[in-house]
Design a protein around this ligand. Structure first.
Ligand SMILES: *[C@@H]1O[C@H](CO)[C@@H](O)[C@H](O)[C@H]1NC(C)=O
Ligand SMILES: *[C@@H]1O[C@H](CO)[C@@H](O)[C@H](O)[C@H]1NC(C)=O
Ligand SMILES: *[C@@H]1O[C@H](CO)[C@@H](O)[C@H](O)[C@H]1NC(C)=O
Length: 464
C-alpha cells in the first residue's frame, strides 16, 4: 500500500516534466512493480513427529530441497510426559493390573519451553527464513497421547500451537474451535490449495466409529472443497487416510487412522466425489515410518496418501542397528493392499522406517503437468516415490457409478485390507504367536531338561 502511494506521487511529480512517451514508459514500469506476478509453487515439503529434545539433522536435507512451503502434520513437538514402562511397583504403567497412565500432559509453562526449543533449532530457523510454514497438530502436541475431544487443555494448547506457527493475533483461526485452515497458492491455472485438518479437537473416542472432524469442521470442509477451483488440492491429516494398517496388525497392535472410523472415512470420500473436487492428494504423518498408498475405488480417480513420519522419531531407531533388518522384514511380510510398490523404493517393503520428510515437486511445464510424490531420507535422497500426472486426478464426468467401477475388486489398490482372506490378513499375528509359542515350548523343554539333569545328578551324587 505505502509503496504504491509513493510510486504514484513520484509519477504525478514527473508527469509535468516528461514528454508523454516517457511518462507512459514509467507508468508501465510502475504497474509492473506494483502487481508482482504470483509465481507458481513447485516444491512443497512436509513432515511430522519431531522430538524437540533430540538432534534434528533432517532440516539440512529439507533446506537443501529448498521448499517454498513446509507443512507440519503433527507431533511438531512432544508436549506430553511419557512415563517409563513399569510392570511392578507403585506406578505400574502396563499390563491389566496397571494403576497409572503412561502419558500425562505438561503444564502450560513446560509446553512453552518445548515449543521454544523446537523453534530455536538452527536448521528449522533457516527454513523459517526461507519458506512459508503452515500446519496442523497431532496428539503429542495437542497435549496427550491418543487424545480426542475430551482433552481439557485443548483451548490453551491451541493458542500455544498457533503462536509456534506465528499465526497473526487477529487471525480467525485463533477464534475457532480447532486449528483447521486452508490456503491458496499460485496464479490461475497453476493453483495449489492446501487444507490442513484438525483430527483431535472434535474427535470422538477411538472405538466409537463416531466423528473425527465434528460438525463445524465438516461444514467448513465442504465449503472449502466446493470453493474456487485449484489444479491441486493437498489435504493434510495428522493420521493416515488411506492405509488401514490396523486391519493387518491387529490383534497384536492398532494405530490411529481414518480407517478406524469407517463411517467418517466414507463420508470424506463421498464429499470429495459429490463436490467433484479434482486433484486431491492426501498427506499424513503419525506412524513413525514413510509410505505412499493409493485407493482407486473411493472416488472417480486414484486418491494418493503420502505418509511421512517422522522427522526425528522413527520405528527403526527404537531397535539396535543389527536388528533393524527385522523391522523391514516384518513390514514386507505384513500384507498391504493400498501401498504403492514400485522400483523406486529404497527397500523391498516400500516402507521407510528411518528419519524422513515428504517432498512434492510439481512440473507445471510438462504436458500434462505432473506431480512427483516422495519420501526422502536424512540425506535428501529418495526413499519412496511415484510420479502422477494431473490428468489422472480428474473426477469422472457426471456419469453415474457403474457396477464395474464400483466393484473393481480385481483392480489393484481397490481391495480394503479387511477384505483380505483371513490367512493373509492375519499372517503377521500368526507368525508372532507361533514364534512366541515355539520359544515358550523351547523354554519349557529347557527347564524340564535342567530339572531332569539336576535330579539325575543329585541321585548320582548321593550314591557317590
Ligand atoms: C526425545 O529425545 C530425547 C533425547 O534423545 C529422549 O530422551 C526422549 O525420550 C525422546 N522423546 C520421545 C517421546 O521419544
Ligand atoms: C480398518 O481396520 C479396523 C480394524 O481391523 C476395522 O475395524 C475397520 O473397519 C477398518 N476400516 C476400513 C475402512 O476398512
Ligand atoms: C519422475 O519424474 C522425475 C522428474 O520430475 C523424473 O526425474 C523421474 O525419472 C520420473 N520417474 C519415473 C519413474 O517416471
Amino acid at each position: 500500500m505505502a509503496a504504491s502511494r509513493v510510486t504514484s506521487t513520484i509519477v504525478m511529480k514527473l508527469q509535468h516534466r516528461l514528454s508523454f512517451w516517457w511518462f507512459s514508459l514509467l507508468f508501465t514500469a510502475a504497474i509492473a512493480t506494483e502487481t508482482p506476478k504470483v509465481s507458481p509453487i513447485t516444491r512443497i515439503a512436509f513432515g511430522s513427529c519431531a522430538n524437540q529434545s533430540a538432534p534434528q539433522p533432517i532440516w539440512d536435507a529439507i533446506n537443501k530441497f529448498d521448499p517454498q512451503l513446509f507443512i507440519w502434520l503433527g507431533d511438531n513437538i512432544y508436549g506430553d510426559i511419557r512415563k517409563p514402562n513399569r510392570v511392578f511397583g507403585k506406578e505400574r504403567t502396563i499390563g491389566p493390573w496397571r494403576n497409572s497412565p503412561r502419558f500425562v500432559p505438561s503444564s502450560e509453562e513446560e509446553m512453552k519451553l518445548r515449543y521454544a526449543r523446537a523453534k530455536a533449532n538452527p536448521g528449522y530457523s533457516r527454513l523459517q527464513r526461507k519458506a512459508r510454514i503452515v500446519g496442523t497438530w497431532d496428539d503429542h502436541d495437542y497435549g496427550l497421547n491418543d487424545a480426542g475431544k475430551e482433552f481439557d487443555r485443548k483451548v490453551i494448547n491451541q493458542k500455544l500451537m498457533l503462536d509456534f506457527l506465528d499465526e497473526p493475533l487477529d487471525s480467525p483461526r485463533r477464534k475457532q474451535a480447532g486449528v483447521y485452515a486452508s490456503y491458496m497458492f499460485g496464479p490461475p491455472n497453476r493453483r495449489v490449495k492446501v487444507i490442513v485438518l484438525d483430527t483431535r479437537y472434535h474427535r470422538d473416542p477411538i472405538r466409537s466409529d463416531g466423528s473425527i472432524l465434528g460438525d463445524a469442521q465438516w461444514r467448513w470442509l465442504e465449503e472449502e472443497l466446493r470453493g474456487p477451483r485449484s489444479e491441486i488440492t493437498i489435504v493434510g491429516s495428522s493420521v493416515q487416510v488411506i492405509s488401514n494398517l490396523s486391519a493387518t496388525t491387529g490383534p497384536l497392535f492398532y494405530m490411529e487412522s481414518w480407517g478406524r472410523f469407517p463411517k467418517e472415512r466414507k463420508r470424506f470420500f463421498q464429499l470429495i466425489e459429490d463436490t467433484k473436487r479434482n486433484g486431491v492428494v492426501f498427506i499424513s504423518g503419525d506412524v513413525h515410518f514413510g509410505e505412499i498408498t493409493r485407493y482407486d475405488c473411493a472416488v472417480g480417480y486414484p486418491l494418493y496418501d503420502v505418509t511421512s513420519s517422522g522427522l526425528v522419531q522413527s520405528v527403526e531407531k527404537v531397535f539396535p542397528r543389527p536388528l533393524r533388518f527385522i523391522v523391514r522384514l516384518l513390514f514386507w511380510y505384513t500384507p498391504s493392499t493400498m501401498r504403492v510398490i514400485n522400483e523406486n523404493c529404497k527397500y523391498r517393503s516400500c516402507t521407510y522406517g528411518q528419519q524422513n520428510f515428504g517432498a512434492i515437486s510439481i512440473d507445471w511445464n510438462a504436458n500434462p503437468a505432473t506431480i512427483r510424490l516422495e519420501v526422502r531420507d536424512v540425506n535428501g535422497l529418495t526413499a519412496l516415490s511415484t510420479n502422477v500426472s494431473l490428468s489422472e486426478l480428474q473426477p469422472r464426468g457426471s456419469k453415474p457409478l457403474t457396477d464395474s467401477t464400483r466393484k473393481g475388486k480385481s483392480q489393484p489398490y481397490c481391495t480394503l485390507e479387511v477384505e483380505l482372506p483371513g490367512t493373509t490378513r492375519y499372517r503377521l499375528a500368526v507368525l508372532i504367536y507361533f514364534t512366541i509359542a515355539v520359544l515358550a515350548m523351547a523354554l519349557v523343554g529347557l527347564i524340564i531338561g535342567a530339572v531332569l539333569t539336576i535330579t539325575a545328578c543329585v541321585y548320582k551324587c548321593k550314591l557317590d
